[in-house]
Design a protein around this ligand. Structure first.
Ligand SMILES: NC(=O)c1ccc[n+]([C@@H]2O[C@H](COP(=O)([O-])OP(=O)(O)OC[C@H]3O[C@@H](n4cnc5c(N)ncnc54)[C@H](O)[C@@H]3O)[C@@H](O)[C@H]2O)c1
Length: 270
């Protein structure tokens, strides 16, 4: 059901790889709510060609940008503003990549060169996007920026590896830049901490299936789906959440504040 929450708003969605991607689900919901969109992803992801289907469905151009390349980001914002005929109201940062996980390196023996790249792509990229928008004055007053994160930033999930550190840094960048952008332009910056969700990035985590069913049992409402995360993003981009900024918002069916559940106790007593 649509509520026209984003009528007249213009946004950039980073990170739609295939139809399971949280960014893909969010682009569909934003379109349904009346937003005009630009889609972006790394050139290597665009070569897979899947995003064309989404672009047709939401009537949006696709502009490639490697999120750690400042020239690409400047070009993306310039072309987006030309396409929209003005400033941008919202941005979804839905990007994550761990080289050490990909290369099968255990947390205790990570390669620091890979680690720097992982932190740049997964965390400092939010700073890069915000800084580019800041320098070009690309975001409208009361704009909203959301980045996706995971609770491994606060609690240990051993197989989440270096991404735990990456998410802690991402959440910190959202707070720190959120302060400055709030003062300057009333732009709000938040992170949404989502339940484990079956996507390409999610499935890269070792033992993901066990992980996802444990979280399901440990959440009074169950795991939040990608579509439900998209709904939450829509509210964060809408004018209904104007005074929310610099927050890490748990969207996890109650997992983050649950000590134990009957379902887990029953499992242990088996
Ligand atoms: N799936 C989960 O369980 C889960 C849970 C909590 C948070 N998240 C976060 O949600 C976000 C989206 O992940 P997803 O689960 O939808 O998986 P996904 O694999 O569909 O999306 C990750 C995206 O990052 C993009 N990307 C990687 N390197 C890039 C670069 N250099 N420049 C631009 N884009 C680049 C990929 O192309 C891809 O589109 C990530 O930040 C992820 O950590 C996922």
């Amino acid at each position: 059901m649509a509520y026209n929450l984003l009528q007249g708003k213009k946004g950039i969605i980073f990170g739609a790889l295939d139809e399971k991607s949280i960014a893909w689900r969010t682009a569909l919901r934003c379109h349904e709510e009346g937003a005009q969109l630009v889609l972006s992803n790394a050139p290597v992801a665009l070569r897979m060609g899947e995003i064309k289907k989404l672009a047709d469905a939401v009537n949006a151009p696709v502009i490639g940008a490697d999120v750690v390349n400042m020239d690409d980001l400047r070009k993306l914002l310039e072309e987006s503003m030309k396409h929209f005929g003005g400033g941008i109201d919202f941005i979804l940062h839905s990007i994550g990549m761990s080289l050490n996980v990909r290369k099968g390196k255990h947390y205790t023996e990570i390669d620091y060169g890979f680690n720097q790249k992982s932190l740049d792509i997964s965390s400092m990229s939010l700073h890069r996007v915000l800084r580019t928008a800041w320098e070009m004055d690309a975001l409208n007053d009361w704009g909203s920026v959301v980045a996706l994160t995971y609770i491994a930033a606060q609690r240990v999930f051993p197989d989440y590896n270096e991404m735990a550190d990456a998410k802690a840094l991402l959440e910190s960048v959202a707070r720190s830049f959120g302060y400055h952008y709030g003062v300057r332009k009333k732009v709000r910056v938040n992170t949404i901490s989502q339940s484990p969700t079956k996507t390409t990035a999610g499935s890269g985590v070792k033992g993901f299936d066990g992980f996802i069913s444990y979280a399901e049992k440990m959440s009074p409402l169950g795991n939040a789906t990608g579509d439900q995360c998209a709904d939450y993003c829509v509210t964060m981009f809408s004018d209904l959440t104007r005074m929310v900024t610099m927050q890490n918002l748990f969207h996890d069916g109650g997992f983050s504040f649950t000590g134990v559940t009957e379902a887990v106790i029953n499992q242990m007593e088996k």
